[in-house]
Structure formats: structure tokens, C-alpha cells
Write a protein that binds this ligand. Structure first.
Ligand SMILES: Nc1ncnc2c1ncn2[C@@H]1O[C@H](COP(=O)(O)OP(=O)(O)O)[C@@H](O)[C@H]1O
Ligand SMILES: [Mg+2]
Length: 166
């Protein structure tokens, strides 16, 4: 752990990324916003799929590339999980085209791929995850950064869950 607000995790393969995402997903509540940054093929959607499992949806999370926003429910409490792909969006029109303000106000956690496209409309407090492809084709470096108190708490809980991670 580089600092109190940064956590580094290495994923060796797809299964690792799913499990790391699942660990985070178990901790998410409606206050949380998770930004997934990284090149095409870095594993953002794979990570999101793991998050969905941990959070408790029985639906399989797929890429929102064409739909831009996918909404998932979990059977326990009918809460909704929002998964956005902002690749084709720009901050100025996101608010209108996908109703970003309504999504922010909704009762469910939010995952955003290509969050750098929405920088000017993102809340200050979020969990920013950067996924980087390493020399080994299957290895990924995941850097978790909390940018405010709500997500510092989340990251601390996540880090505790990850102590036994190899
Ligand atoms: N450690 C890893 N974590 C996640 N995906 C991996 C890993 N190693 C290889 N892959 C492959 O990389 C691709 C990641 O795809 P995807 O999750 O859709 O990326 P993104 O959403 O960032 O474009 C998949 O084809 C997956 O099989
Ligand atoms: Mg993707």
C-alpha cells in the first residue's frame, strides 16, 4: 500500500480480476461511485462483472459500449447498479443524453468506464481504479485511489479484505 488512500493489487489472470472485483462489490452501497480507467482490453468490463457478482445481481454484466448505460438489479432489495461506458460521451452532453444527474441521485452504486470523459461532472469523492496491462499478457496492475472520505472508508474496508491476497 503506497499511501493511506492508494492500494495496488496485481491480477494474474481474468479469474483474479473477477475475484478482486467481487471483493469490492460486496462492500458497495448506494453512495459509491467507482471509476474504471484503462486502455481497451485492460479489464474494466471484466472487473465490473466481478463487482456485479459481489454486489449481488444474478444478471451477467456485459459491456455497455452500445447502450452507454446498463442497469442491474439484485433480488434482495431491488436496489440498482448502474454501469456506464462513457467512451462516446462528453461531460457537457452526458447530463442530458443519459440523465447523469438522475443517475447520481439514484439509490444505487455506479460504475463508469472511460471516466476521463466525464471529469467535469463527476463528484469529487469517488474511487478511481486504473487498470494497466503488464508485459505478461495476462497480468494487470490495479491501482485504487480514493478521492474523498466516503471512498477512503470504502478503500480501507477493501484493503482489509485483500490482506490475504497473494
Ligand atoms: N488479468 C486479466 N484481467 C482481466 N482481463 C484479462 C486478464 N488477462 C487477460 N484478460 C483478457 O483481457 C480482456 C479484457 O476485456 P474487457 O474486460 O472487456 O476490457 P475493457 O473493458 O477494459 O476493454 C478479455 O479478453 C480478457 O480475457
Ligand atoms: Mg469495457
Amino acid at each position: 500500500m503506497a499511501s493511506r488512500d492508494t492500494v495496488l493489487v496485481t491480477s494474474r489472470d481474468l479469474e483474479d480480476t473477477l475475484r478482486i472485483g467481487e471483493t469490492l462489490g460486496q462492500l458497495l452501497n448506494s453512495q459509491h461511485l467507482v471509476c474504471l480507467s484503462g486502455d481497451l482490453g485492460a479489464g474494466k468490463t471484466t472487473f465490473a462483472r466481478g463487482v456485479g457478482r459481489g454486489w449481488g445481481t444474478t444478471q451477467r454484466i456485459t459491456s455497455p459500449t452500445f447502450t452507454i448505460v446498463n442497469v442491474y438489479q439484485r433480488p434482495d432489495d431491488q436496489q440498482q447498479l448502474y454501469h456506464i461506458d462513457a467512451y462516446r460521451l462528453h461531460s457537457s452532453d452526458a447530463v442530458f443524453s443519459i440523465g447523469f444527474d438522475d443517475i447520481l441521485a439514484a439509490q444505487g452504486p455506479i460504475l463508469i468506464e472511460w471516466p476521463q470523459h466525464l471529469l467535469s461532472v463527476l463528484p469529487k469523492d469517488c474511487l478511481w481504479i486504473t487498470l494497466e496491462i503488464q508485459d505478461d499478457d495476462e497480468q494487470r496492475l490495479l491501482t485504487f485511489e480514493a478521492t474523498g472520505p466516503i471512498h477512503q472508508d470504502l478503500l480501507q474496508c477493501f484493503n482489509q479484505q485483500m490482506v490475504n491476497w497473494k
